[in-house]
Design a protein around this ligand. Structure first.
Ligand code: SAH
Ligand code: F3S
Length: 490
């Protein structure tokens, strides 16, 4: 093995130049990528695969044959961190058998745990944060040259707009498109603003080009991703951080005189344009923030049949006192008004939420307010978590994590039990109705059945007949489980 970093780099550069004429001579190295956490992380892994494919890497599903293993990590809760650490221990054993294997951590754990992973525990060779993926080929070269390699710099501009993601583990029908990165909201419990940096929006032309390209390849559903899609804003000159904040507020809320408003692309404008690509391309999005969601977004959803009637609107708590401590920027009443607007403008729209149990100082009364709000909202489904204190967040600095573990657990269970009931009511309501489904592929339980989702994002299964993934079918719902609708194609 060559241990002089520069020499390795020079030889590779030369190799690349030569390979322009003989693409098949590329040395195909194998990359194994494992992603944890949110959809944004999965989407980022597709960007990583794309960047490294330019460097001669093919992805593999078998880590035993990998030359490089990357874990794209999540830091949102402590248990997510524990899982990743256990996985790294597995790979450390593998490295004993294959000393040339390179193991790296990417994503949200990078910044906080870089010293620990690289130096103290010697678990990994590479640590790269979410804005450093273009640097991965260099980092790999550094390791091949015998060094450890770190880049956890966060950027105010990087959106990977020009990178065409390699679709990993895809069904060929649904794909994610990142439309922005980072988050500026600073919810007091949340680590994301620290791990993923400042919010920035991606050029709408590149988003539209990616969506058109997916449609041409046979994809029929795109999910537009951002931590807070309602604060997406683009103008000819670039990012909103370069503008007067009052102007940004007016632009986001479509309050500028027509000629001036036209200079901006808001999330509503963006969806309006993506929806026009083709009536057979379904559009979904995640995540909406109750403090920023405008009626303009709801009206665009109402205008286009191909924008799915489903909104994920994380509430976190039903108590205004807790919401204030969480720095969510809305009260229970504001949230209720948002749902009323959804019900008014989009009757029958599917609704889901995120809930945290046992945030600092949460009382039994606060918890009951959450349960009552859930009942009132009648969520189709929820993502439910116990509060997990994260180092460096405002909550960690200012408040005591004082709800005992068993109380958090019991409250979470009550939330989960209630959600089961609410979901069952929702699915039962669909029995006897006919719903439009985009067919995604075989159902998980039976090869004789196909599976897809209705506009409200509920899974629908039905006998496969001659139907193919990517087609739209109308399914008459005969029966249901808590979370799934079962029927026949009409
Ligand atoms: N805006 C983001 C939220 C990311 S985090 C999005 O696009 O979904 C996803 C969810 O994890 C949050 O809505 C919250 O309910 C939960 N969460 C975040 N930090 C948490 C913490 N410290 N403890 C428990 N749950 C947390
Ligand atoms: Fe986290 Fe709040 Fe942003 S939950 S990702 S800080 S909207």
């Amino acid at each position: 093995m060559l241990h002089e970093g520069n020499k390795v780099i020079d030889e590779k550069r030369q190799g690349e130049a030569l390979m322009l004429d003989t693409p098949t001579s590329k040395n195909h190295k194998k990359l194994f990528l494992e992603s944890y956490g949110c959809a944004m992380n999965f989407s980022d892994s597709e960007i990583v695969a794309s960047i490294l494919s330019g460097d001669g890497f093919e992805t593999t599903r078998d880590f035993n044959e990998a030359d490089v293993i990357f874990i794209n990590t999540c830091a949102i809760r402590d248990n997510a961190e524990q899982r990743v650490r256990a996985r790294l221990q597995d790979f450390k054993k593998l490295k004993k058998q294959h000393p040339s294997l390179i193991v790296g951590v990417l994503g949200c754990m990078a910044e906080r745990l870089k010293a620990k992973f690289l130096e103290e525990e010697k678990l990994v060779d590479i640590v790269a944060g979410p804005d450093a993926y273009r640097d991965l080929p260099n980092l790999i070269e550094k390791v091949e040259g015998g060094q450890k390699a770190v880049n956890v710099l966060l950027s105010r501009e990087e959106t990977y707009a020009d990178i065409s993601p390699v679709r990993l583990g895809s069904n060929g029908i649904s794909a994610f498109i990142s439309i922005m990165r980072g988050c500026d909201n600073m919810c007091s419990f949340c680590v994301v603003p620290f791990t993923r940096g400042r919010e920035r929006s991606r050029d709408p032309e590149s988003i539209l080009a990616e969506a058109r390209n997916l449609f041409d390849q046979g994809y029929r559903e795109v999910t537009l991703l951002g931590q807070n899609v309602d604060s997406y804003l683009w103008w000819g000159g670039g990012q909103k951080k370069d503008l007067d904040p009052a102007l940004v507020e007016d632009a986001l809320h479509h309050r500028l005189p027509a000629g001036e408003q036209e200079r901006f692309t808001t999330f509503a404008d963006l969806m309006d344009r993506v929806a026009q690509i083709h009536p057979d391309l379904r559009i979904r999005f995640s995540t909406s923030n109750p403090r920023d969601m405008t009626d303009a977004v709801l009206h665009v959803m109402a205008k286009h049949d191909n924008i799915c009637k489903y909104i994920h609107l994380p509430v976190q708590s039903g108590s205004s006192r807790i919401l204030e401590k969480m720095n969510r920027g809305y009260t229970r009443e504001d949230y209720v008004q948002r749902i009323e607007a959804i019900r008014r403008i989009l009757p029958g729209c599917g609704l889901s939420t995120d809930i945290i149990s046992g945030f600092c100082s949460e009382t039994e009364e606060d918890h009951h307010e959450t349960l009552r709000l859930m009942e009132w909202a009648g969520y189709d489904f929820s993502y439910m978590f116990k509060y997990s204190e994260r180092p460096g967040t405002a909550a960690e600095k200012k408040f005591e994590d004082d709800v005992p573990e068993e109380v958090k657990g019991r409250r979470l269970q009550e939330i989960v039990d209630l959600q089961q009931k609410l979901s069952a009511v929702k699915t039962r309501e669909a029995v006897g109705k006919t719903v439009r489904v985009l067919v995604e592929g075989p159902s998980r339980k039976s090869a004789e059945m196909l599976s897809g989702r209705n506009s409200q994002n509920t899974v629908v299964v039905f006998p496969k007949g001659n139907i193919r993934p990517g087609e739209y079918v109308d399914v008459y719902i005969e029966r249901c489980t808590v979370a799934t609708l079962i029927g026949v194609v009409v």
